[in-house]
Design a protein around this ligand. Structure first.
Ligand SMILES: NC(=O)c1ccc[n+]([C@@H]2O[C@H](COP(=O)([O-])OP(=O)(O)OC[C@H]3O[C@@H](n4cnc5c(N)ncnc54)[C@H](O)[C@@H]3O)[C@@H](O)[C@H]2O)c1
Ligand SMILES: [Zn+2]
Length: 359
């Protein structure tokens, strides 16, 4: 198809394509391999009313599972809804689920697919910028538990990811900007040229110029696909994707989920990580300032809310999944384009970096 780009996530016999383009959902052949007996689409009410008709497959009208919208529904109950539908309608092991939504729908659907009859196929059709550049690629699936976010899950790769960038037109700007945080992250950890390109084209991106959006989505997917191909189960370099996330998760948790969006929290986290790296003599202030200025261009926070209790925030960080053998593991930028993982950072350095970022 004209105007459709294709990237392969290379994982031997589980390799899969990511298709990217404008209005590609209208291409009937994209979902032509699926038949009535074995396919169901999972979405929520909002996305259904905004976009479901864009998928030109008559089966979509029939075989759909509609979940409630929001992070608080990323739970076992929603997963059960999917299982119930599949069991009642006698879906067999050769079935395929299609996740049509943001990261929440993608994570739940992927997890249901990973566990239904010990694993069935699934396709991701992400509808938020965050899910296009991050959560739909790489095979991490899961749901929240009352005692912890994303604590129940499985690695389960989709068989394809279909990204139609036109769908972003209806996404609220704040959500778009939050997705940009992950895009900027790829530049910081892996690709200075990409980072500079984003800086140069920030106005076009902010206006959602089609070509620019396709470029940033494609580049982000390429970087993520490459890292996932090298380290699917996060034994080493995949952890680089967690830049800013130890800080970001703690901020989200401290403020209460939803107060700051994930992308907003990690954006502030990049700067705290950069500031730790400066104290660790592995980063320079000029790069720190470039990151800060780019985050501001997308209206992303660069400071923690005033009155935040730093000791409490630090304690929450210690509860993060990334703590290994009681040692905090940090992902830090070395400069724009390179990052590293270390467990040699003292508490004092981190506390100073946090304090320096309070409003
Ligand atoms: N699996 C992974 O590797 C991974 C990576 C990052 C994040 N995540 C998960 O992703 C989730 C966050 O995903 P998200 O940011 O996409 O949030 P989301 O799925 O909650 O979507 C945000 C909001 O936008 C709405 N929406 C979606 N597409 C829209 C569109 N095109 N137009 C208008 N509204 C639209 C949604 O209904 C929702 O209200 C979190 O649960 C997080 O844990 C997973
Ligand atoms: Zn993230």
């Amino acid at each position: 198809m004209k105007n459709m780009k294709k990237i392969i996530v290379k994982l031997n016999n589980r390799s899969y394509p990511i298709f990217i383009g404008k209005n590609i959902l209208s291409n009937k052949s994209l979902l032509s391999g699926i038949n009535e007996r074995n396919f169901a689409i999972v979405t929520n009410r909002k996305i259904k009313s905004l976009h479901l008709t864009k998928i030109k497959n008559s089966l979509v009208k029939k075989n759909k599972i509609i979940l409630s919208d929001g992070e608080k529904y990323k739970n076992q109950e929603s997963t059960n809804k999917i299982y119930n539908y599949l069991l009642k309608n006698k879906y067999s092991r050769d079935s395929c689920l299609v996740a049509f939504g943001g990261g929440v729908i993608g994570d739940i659907t992927g997890y249901a697919a990973a566990t239904y009859q010990r694993g069935i196929n699934f396709i991701q059709i992400p509808t938020t910028l965050l899910s296009m550049v991050d959560s739909s690629v790489g095979g991490k699936t899961g749901i929240n538990h009352p005692l912890g976010k994303n604590m129940i899950g499985a690695f389960h790769q989709p068989i394809a990811v279909i990204i139609d960038t036109e769908i972003l037109k209806s996404l609220p700007k704040r959500q778009f900007n939050a997705g940009m945080a992950e895009v900027i992250k790829y530049g910081i950890i892996k690709d200075k040229v990409f980072f500079d390109w984003i800086s140069k084209n920030k106005e076009k991106i902010n206006k959602q110029d089609s070509e620019s959006i396709i470029k940033i989505v494609k580049k982000s997917c390429e970087i993520k696909a490459n890292i996932v191909s090298l380290d699917e189960k996060e034994k080493n370099i995949r952890a680089l994707l967690n830049l800013g996330h130890t800080f970001g998760h703690a901020i989200e948790n401290y403020l209460g989920y939803g107060k700051w969006l994930h992308g907003e929290a990690i954006a502030c986290g990049f700067l705290i990580a950069a500031s730790v790296a400066i104290q660790n003599n592995t980063m320079n202030i000029a790069d720190y300032n470039k990151i800060k200025s780019l985050l501001k261009d997308f209206n992303l926070p660069t400071k923690l809310p005033k009155n935040i209790n730093i000791e409490k925030l630090f304690k929450i960080m210690l509860l993060d999944k990334k703590v290994k053998n009681n040692e905090m593991v940090y992902v830090l930028p070395k400069n724009i384009g390179q990052a590293y993982i270390t467990n040699k950072i003292t508490k004092n350095i981190v506390i100073k970096a946090l304090k320096d970022h309070v409003k």
